[in-house]
Ligand binder design. Structure first.
Ligand SMILES: [Fe+2]
Ligand SMILES: [Fe+2]
Length: 134
């Protein structure tokens, strides 16, 4: 898989959120760089573990802001987050058990989900967040 770019079209204009979204692509690029090489499964597992933590922290950031500003679509958004977080955790577990490698399929799924979510769902809260000075 080729190195990913955090495309300008994905930026929401909210510094805190854009920085967190950029971090997702950094972590994925670390995985892509390791993919070609290696039997360094422990290193790869460590990065996937960082991805699990990242997802938890990022989703919590968005959900806390949504709750604080009474975002009307919070439930649907949270549900999407929870589903993806579950997938990433399962990916981590299965990789640590040695059931799977760093398959392109899994990598493509993560990138597609995240990119689509940032493009379609996250922009919906932007006016509310901005109106509240975030
Ligand atoms: Fe997000
Ligand atoms: Fe989100």
């Amino acid at each position: 898989m080729e190195t990913l770019e955090f495309a300008p079209g994905l930026q929401l204009g909210i510094k805190l959120i854009d920085e967190q979204h950029a971090r997702f692509f950094e972590l994925m690029n670390q995985l892509i760089a390791l993919d070609a090489g290696s039997d360094e499964r422990a290193v790869v597992a460590g990065v996937i573990g960082e991805l699990v933590t990242y997802v938890t922290v990022h989703f919590r950031t968005e959900e806390e802001l949504m709750a604080r500003f009474d975002y009307p679509e919070i439930q649907a958004h949270q549900l999407e987050h929870a589903r993806f977080a579950g997938q990433v955790e399962e990916f981590h577990r299965r990789f640590e058990r040695g059931d799977i490698g760093l398959e392109d399929e899994m990598m493509a799924y993560l990138v597609d989900w995240f990119t689509t979510h940032v493009r379609r769902e996250d922009p919906k809260y932007v006016p509310l967040f901005k109106a509240n000075g975030v």
